[in-house]
Design a protein around this ligand. Structure first.
Ligand code: TMP
Length: 205
């Protein structure tokens, strides 16, 4: 069997800094890194992302199916080929976001979420996941102060964001070997250092 690359995912509540930290890790790991995101990462999946983020009247089940469709295309077209050619893939959000958003926030049965995640990925799971953990009030405050565009989900009430965080914390508790919780209230440099430390520990296993 060909040696496969490493699949790293970043997760977190809105404003936790995961996109910046994913980019910093990519830079630290060198040129042979594929940096991608969900929903998105391929032309079809980016079109689905657009529908997902800009549709006001959308049920949570429709959200779930759109996310699963975007993911199936992304895994097949981009992630698996990159891993098969031994590249490192860093993905901004993946399966744990579906547990947190459509499961904990949206109320869809977690068993259905896990089944659809499995169907969409063909069983591919990240080697290591960093959840940048932060109370959602701080994340939303950071977003309001910054220049970042706020999408449909960012504008939801605080209670929704609390449930998202709860979903992420439960994902971390369920799979401690894969999912690493990082305190995102620290400075960006300290968050980056904590991520590098966890990544080195993963590599030395
Ligand atoms: P982003 O703001 O990190 O780019 O993510 C876009 C939005 O998509 C974010 O509000 C979370 C949402 N999302 C889900 O609801 N479920 C998912 O499975 C994924 C990957 C993202």
């Amino acid at each position: 069997m060909a040696h496969r690359g490493t699949f790293i995912t970043f997760e977190g509540v809105e404003g936790a800094g995961k996109t910046t930290q994913g980019q910093r890790l990519a830079t630290a790991l060198g040129p042979d890194v594929v940096l991608t995101r969900e929903p998105g990462g391929t032309p079809v999946s980016e079109r689905i992302r657009d529908i997902f983020l800009t549709s006001d009247r959308i049920t949570t089940m429709t959200e779930l199916l759109l996310i699963a469709a975007a993911r199936a295309q992304h895994v097949d077209e981009r992630i698996r080929p990159a891993l098969a050619s031994n590249q490192i893939v860093i993905c901004d959000r993946f399966i744990d976001a579906t547990v947190a958003y459509q499961g904990y926030r949206g109320g869809i049965d977690l068993e259905i979420i896990h089944q659809l995640n499995h169907i969409a990925t063909g069983g591919l799971t990240p080697d290591i996941t960093f959840i940048l953990d932060l109370p959602p009030e701080i994340g939303l405050q950071r977003q309001q102060q910054g220049e970042t565009h706020r999408d449909r989900l960012d504008r939801e009430p605080l209670e929704f964001h609390r449930r998202v965080r709860e979903g992420y914390l439960s994902a971390a508790a369920a799979e401690p070997h894969r999912v690493k919780l990082i305190d995102a209230a620290q400075s960006p440099d300290d968050v980056h250092t904590a991520i590098l430390t966890e990544y080195q520990a993963y590599l030395s296993k």
